[in-house]
Design a binder for this molecule. Structure first.
Ligand SMILES: [Zn+2]
Length: 171
């Protein structure tokens, strides 16, 4: 997802040591994510940033709820979410050694943006299947799904219907 200005941290002005940041992901964030499956949410992000002469270690923690749709009954579903992720940035490294675990920053960089990592942390914390707790699905939809299954039983071929009608019309 695109970087949001809110999640930019200018690290050049920070002293070595631990720094705390927090954000609340609301409608703006979920709109910017352009994911049809997420309608919104309220997720708190806590970041502990450890700065040293050579590294920035970002420990992210997300917790809250994400508004989505139930895979079973298609009704609104508020999914609780809680997860952690660590991302390490190297300040003066070899850019060729850049990998998923360790991001090597441009020597001229003075800020990092965390939108991508926050989003990744959130995605990884969500279950693959989004369903209500047992018995919590929309009862009307549940009943309709049951009815649908019954109605899906073999339907007579309409041509036979027409033939039957013809037969019935005979004297
Ligand atoms: Zn459901």
């Amino acid at each position: 997802m695109e970087a949001l200005a809110d999640h930019t941290i200018v690290f050049t002005g920070l002293k070595d040591g631990q720094h705390q940041f927090d954000w609340v992901l609301g409608q703006d964030f979920f709109d910017a994510a352009h994911e049809e499956e997420f309608h919104g949410g309220q997720v708190r992000v806590d970041l502990t940033l450890d700065k040293s002469a050579v590294l920035l270690v970002a420990n992210l923690h997300v917790s809250g709820t994400v508004n989505t749709t139930c895979d079973h009954c298609a009704a609104a579903l508020d999914l609780p979410v809680e997860g952690k992720q660590r991302q390490i940035f190297q300040l003066h490294g070899d850019p060729d050694q850049d990998d998923e675990e360790l991001v090597v920053l441009d020597p001229k960089a003075h800020s990092i943006n965390l939108t991508h990592y926050i989003y990744e942390c959130l995605r990884l914390a969500l279950p693959a299947r989004h369903v209500h707790a047992p018995g919590q699905c929309d009862p009307e939809v549940d009943a309709a799904l049951g009815k649908l299954r019954v109605e899906h039983e073999p339907v007579p071929d309409p041509r036979w219907d027409a033939l039957n009608q013809l037969k019935q019309q005979r004297p």
